[in-house]
Design a protein around this ligand. Structure first.
Ligand SMILES: Nc1ncnc2c1ncn2[C@@H]1O[C@H](COP(=O)(O)OP(=O)(O)OP(=O)(O)O)[C@@H](O)[C@H]1O
Ligand SMILES: [Mg+2]
Length: 254
């Protein structure tokens, strides 16, 4: 579904950030990306949806039998790629002054921007699908609230509902629970996992909580010193965590 080969990226000062990264992700896999701060996890995710152009290598998204080469695509292909790729951010990225349902409908636009005409553009059926997405994440009663008045956990569920109606093949989540308390984090991880399974979405989530990766992911990728040092089961050993985080990592402190 997603294939990354020989991906490399240097920083503007010439320092190597990612070197010869190779992995592929199948439909419905839930992959947690772990690694120390500054190892290039965000840049790696950005290379997967074309927001950052790597120095070398290839990223190919093949969700419907028509392989889309993310690296080096022209702008109309990039639009197609972005439509097939949902994004979830640590700061939720909602339009705070707009209602919850309006924010969800953005998922149908393919791109954020043409917001003014939003309700003229959508059929009742589309809007109904927005309400159903809110129901799925358990916040249908909040549909007319201004997004900015919601708690962080609720806002992240709006962002997930927005992804549900976008109907992406690939969902990229960069620290989706970084700003949430443990209970809200579990809720959000549950929803991400269930849409990945029910909608057959491949999810890649950067996490700083190894215990959540262990619990919710089907697979873990560990990034360290420019390369992938772990690619395997989410049932990861303490030694593997040390490979990712360094020898001073203390599993019992988690
Ligand atoms: N536009 C840029 N110009 C220069 N350096 C950059 C740029 N973007 C990122 N970097 C650097 O690249 C490195 C990797 O950044 P990245 O954001 O991918 O790390 P990360 O693994 O996501 O870290 P964290 O876990 O803290 O979010 C960092 O040292 C960062 O300062
Ligand atoms: Mg990051």
């Amino acid at each position: 579904m997603l294939t990354v080969t020989h991906l490399s990226k240097k920083l503007p000062d010439g320092k190597q950030l990612l070197r010869d990264i190779n992995f592929s992700v199948e439909r419905g896999e839930f992959v947690a990306i772990l690694g120390l701060s500054g190892t290039g996890k965000t840049i790696l995710l950005r290379c997967l949806n074309g927001l950052t152009i790597p120095d070398g290598g290839e990223v190919i998204l093949n969700s419907n039998g028509d392989p889309l080469r993310i690296t080096g695509s022209n702008s109309s292909r990039m639009r197609e790629i972005r439509q097939q790729t949902g994004m979830i951010f640590q700061n939720f990225n909602l339009v705070k002054r707009r209602s919850v349902i309006e924010n969800v409908m953005i998922g149908k636009l393919g791109k954020i921007g043409t917001f003014q005409s939003i309700f003229r553009k959508f059929s009742n059926e589309d809007i109904e699908s927005g309400h159903r997405a809110l129901e799925r994440v358990g916040i249908s009663d909040l549909s007319h609230r201004r997004a900015g008045t919601l708690s962080g956990g609720e806002q992240q569920r709006v962002a997930i509902a927005r992804s549900i109606i976008q109907d992406p093949a690939l969902l990229l989540a960069d620290e989706p629970v970084a700003n949430l308390d443990p209970t809200a984090s579990e809720f959000v991880m549950e929803h991400l996992r269930s849409i990945s399974i029910d909608n057959n979405i491949s999810t890649l989530a950067v996490l700083h909580q190894p215990e959540l990766a262990r619990k919710y992911a089907t697979r873990i990728l560990g990034v360290r010193d420019c390369i992938i040092v772990y690619d395997g089961s989410a049932n990861i050993s303490d030694n593997d965590f040390k490979t990712i985080y360094g020898s001073t990592y203390n599993a019992s402190a988690e």
